[in-house]
Design a protein around this ligand. Structure first.
Ligand code: PGA
Length: 248
């Protein structure tokens, strides 16, 4: 089974209009890239970035969406609004949303369903805390999140799963290659068990947590790692282009 690698950049709450120069540099640097490239900027930049990236190898995504298509939800964005602004993907259930906004699996699952309703690919994030890993519960936690956060009806097109150990995000610490392989093999088996071999083998599994140019190649070579979800190192075009290259 060959799955095309995906290098996804999560800019989080970083980037003003002036950051368009980084996108332009990334578009130049990734022309003809073998891997799929995605940038998820803050929502304020989605429309402008999507317009800039049209016709390039770089797709644009959102970082979160509301489950409803519209209504009285001050400050929230519907998946349909992201699609209307030019997004093709949306991250749901990132650990920072789970921690800062109390998002639970059922809510993440509803958001992923909203993404599908709007025609977006949902990047569903799962990952254990350090205390959970130390207690030997990493697979139990991540397996539970996987089961609870993905609606029925997943396909290789509408779903990407990102495994991001919480303690590795923004800390400069990455999981060991053995730990990444063990978790990704486990996630693959769970996807196959739930969605069947055709879909389960075809859904991409990203690793996230302090991926950078210096470690991307070895991480992307690990069993069942189909690319990365990259925070800090996606903000600079040079760094992210090197990561895209490592994914190719
Ligand atoms: P990081 O963030 O690459 O800065 O560790 C990854 C993420 O949160 O998606």
């Amino acid at each position: 089974m060959t799955r095309r690698k995906l290098a996804a950049g999560n800019w989080k709450m970083n980037g003003l209009a002036t950051a368009g120069v980084e996108l332009e540099a990334l578009i130049e640097a990734t022309r003809g890239a073998a891997a799929e490239v995605l940038i998820c900027p803050p929502a304020t930049l989605i429309a402008a970035f999507a317009a800039k990236a049209r016709g390039s190898a770089v797709a644009i995504g959102g970082q979160d969406c509301h489950a409803a298509p519209g209504g009285a939800h001050t400050g929230d964005l519907a998946a349909e609004m992201l699609a209307d602004a030019g997004a093709s993907h949306v991250i749901v259930g990132h650990s920072e949303r789970r921690a800062d906004h109390g998002e639970r699996d059922a809510q993440v699952r509803a958001k992923a369903g909203a993404a599908w309703r709007a025609g977006l690919t949902a990047i569903v994030c799962v990952g254990e805390t350090e205390a959970e890993r130390d207690a030997g519960r990493a697979q139990e936690i991540v397996g539970g999140q996987l089961a609870g956060s993905i609606p029925d009806g997943a396909t290789a097109v509408n779903l990407v799963v990102a495994y991001e150990p919480v303690w590795a995000i923004g800390t400069g610490r990455t999981a060991s290659l053995d730990d990444i392989a063990e978790m990704h093999d486990f996630l693959r088996a769970r996807l196959v068990a739930r969605f069947g071999p055709a879909t389960g083998e075809a859904v991409r599994l990203l690793y996230g947590g302090s991926v950078k140019p210096g470690n991307a190649g070895e991480i992307f070579a690990v069993s069942n790692v189909d690319g990365g979800l990259v925070g800090g190192a996606s903000l600079k075009a040079d760094d992210f282009a090197a990561i895209v290259k490592a994914a190719g």
